[in-house]
Ligand binder design. Structure first.
Ligand code: ADP
Ligand code: MG
Length: 292
């Protein structure tokens, strides 16, 4: 394995390079869509290192390339330029050691909760008894014992999210990618899910890369928050979140330090949100005046 490259000043680096191999490393990533004159540059020279066991959120304006970055980490598509490493090995295809949770749940409607949660283990060729044992354990951890034989349509939105979370964690991924996983939930259910995610993370200490457009959610959950610029996206800043752990995501929002962090981050993000907003209006063929 080659040594990690030395980052330049503008490449923000969360990991202490002297310590251990980062869990996730993006090196000088460039990406875009389309060909020739129609090429849309989306990611421009992004380098990020995330140490093992950290909870890192990525925030940035709508359409800046957050989901694109996650897809590159998962190996769903290769970057146009640069390299992605997970635990020191270069990503060249879909990784089985990376779990992915999407905004829209991907549960199979004709399968029970037990069989949905066991599916990632089935893909790994594990025998039925082993699948069921691990699936039942994760169903219990996410608070759904008793619903093993229910079908997704019999569950509330929050319960389906719990099933999705169990599906993401059942195969013990070392790295968990979450793309706005709770944004479709009502506010109360969302807070409960955030709290449960925190409790699970505090016990498991997996590396989490969490995408959200919600700065409060990012601060409440994370060790570090990466702010991305408008498209073509670059790392605008990395903010350590020195709030005490374990955290209760409801209580932490009223912490005085929380407000200071929020103000600093929002200062950094505001211009990017406005730039992203104007890009989206332009793309939709609308005039680019500022919103009220
Ligand atoms: N497969 C694709 N083909 C063409 N354009 C795409 C594709 N995926 C994303 N894009 C474009 O790339 C930009 C970034 O998309 P995305 O990563 O989904 O943004 P975000 O998640 O930050 O809202 C958007 O302008 C989007 O339209
Ligand atoms: Mg997205």
């Amino acid at each position: 394995m080659s040594e990690p490259s030395v980052t330049t000043d503008q490449h923000l680096n969360i990991a202490d390079r002297e310590a251990t191999v980062p869990a996730v490393e993006l090196r000088s990533i460039r990406h875009g869509f389309g060909q020739g004159a129609n090429f849309l540059p989306v990611v421009e020279d992004v380098s990020i290192s995330i140490p093992d066991g950290q909870f890192v959120s990525v925030v940035g304006p709508s359409g800046c390339g957050k989901s694109t970055l996650l897809r590159l980490i998962s190996g769903l598509s290769p970057p146009v330029g640069g390299e992605v490493f997970v635990h020191g090995s270069k990503v060249t295809g879909i990784r089985t050691d990376v779990g992915y949770m999407f905004q829209v749940d991907a549960l199979l409607p004709w399968r029970t909760v037990l069989d949905n949660v066991g599916l990632p283990l089935k893909f790994k060729g594990r025998p039925r008894a082993e699948r069921d044992k691990h699936a039942r354990e994760w169903i219990r951890i996410v608070g759904l014992s008793g619903f093993e034989n229910a079908f997704p349509h019999q569950l509330s939105g929050g319960m389906r999210k719990r099933v999705s979370l169990a599906c993401t964690l059942v195969a013990s991924p070392r790295v968990i990618l979450m793309d706005e996983p709770f944004s479709a939930l009502d506010v109360q259910t969302r807070s409960l899910m955030e709290d449960e995610l925190m409790a699970i993370w505090q016990r498991e200490r997996k590396t989490v890369v969490f995408i959200t457009h919600d700065l409060e959610e990012a601060i409440a959950l994370s060790d570090n928050v990466v702010v991305l610029s408008a498209r073509p996206t670059r790392v605008k800043g990395v903010y350590p979140i020195p709030l005490p752990r374990p955290r209760n995501v409801l209580d932490i929002r009223s912490d005085i330090d929380f407000h200071g962090l929020y103000t600093r981050l929002w200062e950094d993000m505001r211009d990017e949100v406005m730039a992203g907003y104007q890009q989206e209006r332009q793309a939709a063929g609308m005039s680019v005046s500022s919103p009220e």
